[in-house]
Write a new protein. Structure first.
Length: 138
């Protein structure tokens, strides 16, 4: 006599294909976050290097605003944190896909958080550009 519970359940092909599509979508999302994070990091290094090169070329005639270094480092930090968050979120989403009890849970958009931080950094840079001529005036 055979026990019906001893047989493994037959996977539903539709469900398995949906899981594969979700996994592929997660991979594309992670790759997009990697591109975004590398762009932010590269832009941060670029800001710092451009200002340092201008300062060296002009022989220190122009006092580079320290805000440019802070802004550059902020972009590097934002890119690094975005990459770390994306990797952790990717791992979490893959675990959710593997479970058969996948339920939609509303969450904050990581893109929106990065957009808010970029807007904040832009406002700081704009304020620094406005204030620097006032501070440099005799």
């Amino acid at each position: 006599m055979s026990d019906a519970n001893s047989m493994p359940p037959v996977p539903n092909p539709g469900t398995e294909l949906a899981k594969e599509r979700n996994r592929a979508a997660e991979e594309r999302t992670l790759m997009a976050w990697i591109r975004t994070a590398l762009s932010l990091i590269g832009f941060g290094f670029g800001i710092d290097r451009i200002v340092a090169t201008i300062d060296q070329t002009l022989g220190g005639a122009v006092n580079p605003v320290r805000l440019s270094r802070i802004l550059g480092l902020s972009f590097v930090a934002l890119g690094t944190l975005a990459l770390l968050f994306a990797a952790l979120d990717h791992r979490h989403q893959l675990h959710r896909i593997q479970r058969n009890d996948l339920v939609y849970v509303s969450r904050h958009s990581p893109s929106l958080i990065v957009a808010y931080v970029l807007a904040f950094l832009g406002a700081i840079a704009f304020a620094g550009i406005l204030i620097s001529p006032l501070v440099a005036a005799p």
